[in-house]
Design a protein around this ligand. Sequence first.
Ligand SMILES: *Cc1c(COP(=O)(O)O)cnc(C)c1O
Length: 385
Amino acid sequence: MIENIREELARLEGLGLRRSFKVIVGPQGPVVRMDGREVLLMCSNDYLNLANHPLVKKAAIEATERWGASAGASRLVSGTMEPHAMLEERIRQFKGVEAALLFNSGYNANLALLSTLADRTAEVFSDRLNHASIVDACVLSRAKVTRYANRDIDALERLLKTSKARTRIIITDSVFSMDGTLAPLREITSLAERYGAMLIVDDAHATGVLGNTGQGSLEHFGIKNPDIIQMGTLGKALGSFGAFVAARKEVIDLLISKARPLIYTTALPPSVCAAAAKAIDIIEEDPSLLKRLWQNTGRLKERLSLAGLDTMESSTPIVPVLAGDAKKVMKISASLLDKGVFIQGIRPPTVPDGTARLRATLSAAHSTDDIDRAAAAIIEAFNVQ
Ligand SMILES: *Cc1c(COP(=O)(O)O)cnc(C)c1O
């Protein structure tokens, strides 16, 4: 048995696809300690630097003191505590929706949504570049799954037109996590309305990032449709952990009664809920956070584009730089780290073959100096390789 595993590891190594962890010493932030020295961190999803915000940490600590370290049971047994109820109400207000329900991660929430809303007779229309959790959720749903080319509205319409399924579900990332591009949500919403399809929007990288007040992609596009089912995460811009679904009350009620990834898992710890609720308060009270995030994003993209690097049509704080080959991108990433700039390379199967890329993510807490230093290092690393 162990021989097979060794062989598989060697095969992955040969392809430049063997993965390993890099340990960060101390909290997340624009600058972190790694391997005994300080490096500029430019691949965290902690967009607003809230993971280490004093008030977010204080909320988590106080919640632990008041409610303990664990929820001790699943939500439907005895694991629903005040922090869960309070956070769900906070999210409901923040998102301006009928109801919200917590999940233990975005991965879980996507599994829950598709396995609850789709059955064997349903057809799920899924963008080809949707997050891996949606791909897995499609499998778990046992529905017929039809994938359409990335952001291709015409392809989606053709498929909807010919579909014979009674239940049709369109699911899309709002921000494609490896490209930083946006789904054409206005057009997709119209198609969903026209063809009587349910629409699920994965706002993992949009929550706390897109829209004037950070509500997410629907705010960004000015879409007001209470039938849209939104999934957002708490572990990215909200600096905590977990996820939520925001939807009509009936959708939430059905998830509570049927979603196995909710029913058969222990509820989030109180500290995590309290931290996320505080993060929402901070985002609402301090619009300068979002402003700085987008200023930093514009600055990095401008520097890279001027140097002729391909940032792949990104229109968010996720900034990919196309390298192509998996080994090449890992070399570039390693050479950047040597210069004190930590940006991960992303390889297949996370991205399609031949499109390995460096993937930078910006933070509101990066200084202009940080951005300029990173840009110079990226440009140099690409020129050398
Ligand atoms: C990160 C991410 C998820 C998973 O969320 P977790 O809370 O980290 O499990 C789901 N969808 C997309 C698009 C993501 O980027």
